[in-house]
Design a protein around this ligand. Structure first.
Ligand SMILES: [Fe+2]
Ligand SMILES: [Fe+2]
Length: 491
């Protein structure tokens, strides 16, 4: 359905008020949660919707909301419905609430003390606080990333990329809807309050920051955006995958469905970086020089610094190596491990050990630690292995150009702010150094002002169909089998 707006009403808030009085919520919010027959839930979402629109307009993408964008919208969870493509004005995007369908009616809990019991359709009283905290922490990252990426549309290196950014933005906003649905449907008044608070915190704000540090870092340019979607959205994948194992079935199914969209965000990141690498390599070959900045490309050593930064900030998101919180979540069957049912053990872990890297008497050592306490570290290990596969693919592009350079993930202890590496200085290859050496050397390892200024100087918008900024190669394929010079955004 089309939303109507009264042109005489200038500001976003009053326009929203007019919209809401005419909104048919069954239509406006595509869903498979029975919204039409649940009046209490419908009312709660009706109350939240205008606040969401106000937030979206004030803190969502700085982009003419009347421009039509070729977007994918999930209109249902089945094969044909979850990827429906059409031109949409951003303010008319239909943010739906979807839960993945269960493959069986007799679904059982796969881990923790409740392993083997039927999954929960309601929130058990004793776990209410823990579950709410897990949902709020996950939910907070969704609007945060939209806020972080707010200014990027104005400097998109092509219409293709502008469309990818806006696609990610509307989907992160839909993930917010998904978490808000859980809060208002299952947590009563506290849940409604949390849903409102999700719109009040702001990325990077000193007084009311977003909950997790990586989501308060700025995403000032497109290189940062691609690395953010590669590294930080990938943290999202691992968090969602472990929540998708939860005994609280509505949470599990919500996260399962979100994972389908998360895959696309990481794809944008990985292919985005690939195209920047491709361009750098082409220039190096063609001009027979390593100094590609002279020719408007981004050099590989600068990209390595961005890898070091985004990887280390994102590894922090997994929390401390030893965590009683994580152990409790696991024991209580609230949050599992990555692909829990594929792991060959007893899924209770009371007597198991897990190897983690530790700093002991000024040295790095591998140490056996109770597996329950090491849940975070295990998830981080899965994440790091996944990151490495992407880095290997970037290195293949470099090798194909016969260039002697390899990207490397830094050591897990590098530039960490959380956990046992918090108070030590570690080089990218994993050597412990004193603080003075760290201060002296960190400009070689992390993006400095010069790097950021150079990257910023490249950020000029390209808005003609099929045009690309000179620091990035075109993609190999278009969206939904459309050509690369397709008008992905209509002006
Ligand atoms: Fe998300
Ligand atoms: Fe994402």
């Amino acid at each position: 359905m089309e939303l109507e707006s009264d042109p005489s009403l200038g500001d976003a808030e009053s326009r929203v008020t007019v919209m809401t009085s005419m909104v048919d919520y069954n239509e406006l919010i595509p869903n498979n949660v029975g919204l039409a027959s649940d009046r209490r839930l419908k009312r709660a979402l009706e109350r939240w919707h205008p606040q969401f629109m106000k937030w979206w307009k004030a803190h969502g993408p700085e982009h003419d909301q009347n421009k039509k964008v070729y977007l994918r919208t999930a209109v249902s969870v089945d094969k044909n419905g979850w990827a429906h493509y059409d031109y949409v004005k951003l303010q008319e995007y239909r943010w739906g609430v979807f839960l993945a369908e269960n493959s069986t009616t007799d679904k059982r809990i796969t881990f923790g003390d409740h392993r083997g019991d039927p999954v929960w359709r309601e929130v058990p009283g004793e776990y209410r606080g823990s579950l709410r905290r897990l949902i709020v922490t996950q939910g907070d990252t969704e609007p945060a990333s939209v806020e972080q990426q707010r200014w990027l549309s104005a400097t998109a290196p092509s219409l293709f990329d502008m469309r990818s950014l806006l696609q990610i933005n509307v989907e992160e906003a839909r993930h917010l809807w998904a978490m808000v649905y859980l809060l208002v449907a299952y947590f009563g008044r506290d849940g409604r309050q949390e849903a409102e608070d999700l719109l009040k915190r702001r990325s990077g704000d000193n007084d009311k920051p977003r909950i997790l540090d990586a989501f308060n870092e700025p995403t000032p340019d497109w290189l940062s955006f691609f690395f953010f979607t590669f590294f930080t959205d990938r943290d999202g994948k691992y968090q969602l995958a472990s929540l998708a194992e939860s005994a609280f079935d509505p949470l599990a199914r919500t996260c399962r469905f979100m994972l389908t969209e998360e895959a696309h965000h990481m794809y944008v990141g990985e292919t985005g970086v690939s195209r920047v690498v491709q361009k750098a390599c082409e220039v190096m070959r063609e001009k027979k020089t390593d100094d590609v900045r002279k020719h408007g490309a981004i050099d590989l050593p600068t990209m390595q610094k961005y890898i070091n930064f985004h990887f280390s900030v994102s590894t922090d998101l997994f929390g401390g190596e030893r965590s009683t919180n994580a152990a409790n979540y696991f024991t209580q069957s609230l949050k599992g491990r990555y692909r829990e049912s594929h792991i060959m053990d007893d899924h209770r872990l009371k007597n198991d050990e897990y190897l983690i890297t530790k700093v002991e008497s000024g040295r790095m050592v591998m140490a056996e630690t109770p597996a329950l306490l090491s849940i975070n570290e295990r998830l981080r290990d899965d994440y790091i292995a996944d990151c490495q596969r992407g880095v290997d693919r970037w290195n293949k592009i470099i090798a194909a150009h016969d260039i002697d350079f390899e990207f490397k993930l830094p050591h897990r202890g590098f530039n960490r702010k959380i956990g046992q590496f918090e108070n030590v200085s570690v080089t990218p290859v994993g050597d412990l150094i004193d603080d003075e050496t760290w201060e002296k050397c960190k400009v070689q390892w992390l993006p400095g002002i010069g790097d950021e200024e150079y990257v910023a100087s490249l950020m000029e918008p390209i808005t003609e169909c099929g045009g690309f900024a000179r620091w990035i190669a075109p993609p190999r394929v278009g969206i939904n089998s459309q050509p690369i010079d397709f008008p992905y955004v209509r002006f």
